[in-house]
Design a protein. Sequence first.
Length: 375
Amino acid sequence: MGVAQALLKEDLSHIALQLHSKTAHDVERALASHSRTLDDFMALVSPAAAPYLEEMAAQSQQLTRHRFGNTMQLFVPLYLSNLCANECSYCGFTMSNKIKRTTLSLAETQQEIQAIKGMGFSQLLLVTGEHETKVGMPYFEQTLQAIRAEISYLMMEVQPLKQSDYQRLKCLGLDAVLVYQETYSPQHYARYHTRGKKQDFLWRLEATDRIGRAGIDKIGIGALLGLGDWRVDSVMTALHGQLLQQHYWRSRVSISFPRLRQCEGNSHNTEASQSTLPNEKQLLQLICAHRLFNPHVELSLSTRESAAFRDGAMTLGVTSMSAASQTQPGGYTQPSTALNQFDIDDSRPVSMVVSAIQQQGLEPIWKDWMPFTAR
């Protein structure tokens, strides 16, 4: 049985009841444990754990430094295209938005790469909207072949692909694939994905099995916090990561924490309530809970969050951060506020982010440990 099939067996209503039944005793037991279970994780993200955040943060910081040293990986997203064939109520790229659609040519992509390298980055995340007929495998193959030699570690966040496609892209130098499930609730998922192939909940959920079987070095997962009950989705994310490590142990696992943000045409964020969208204190609680549950998992924080929050959180569990992000195609050579997939909060130049990292006693890491040429 694959990871997706195991996840489908979980009763989300039961998880919600368990979360809200946790007591201070459950939290204290979880904090005292040296080998934490999923039930311990539930205690640590439950409302009962809020008064224990300081102790959680101290333990999380200690575990992170022990496992990852005094380092912070730096990467940057490169948006190749905002074409999309899906209707998603929370995304600026949704197909009904009347915005100018852009797909970078190879020459434009190379210009973006040079601008990104000029800022010091060597780890790159390629991002597109989901439009497999116009921005699909031929485009991905062409792009990877053109830019791979310029980048030390190459990641992608695009539509879910077939296993054979992931295998092909790995041969061309792809190191990591990020596929966020958005929400693990099929009911909530159907509500916010109303048109296009992204409506297929199972195809998306099974993507990490296909990535793992393809032997990709790193699998990135996460829930879009704010679509469903953030605590329930976070429990499912923790279980998802644990199962991936058990089934595809040759691949590393990374977890991200995207919170719902304002964007053009966003019809959902005004509906998000306190029960679905975590505040900053709860987000920090979640980051620490993941570290205490899984000391070896990589935790990533994007520029969706404020500079103040990122500076405060970077020593407490996070192991990688984006910086100076532009979320529209061509944004590094021709910066613009148009065409954003979502609004960012931390808009500092990379030099200021690096300075903040160093002030926390951490070393910025620009290159990952596994260059393509070493394979």
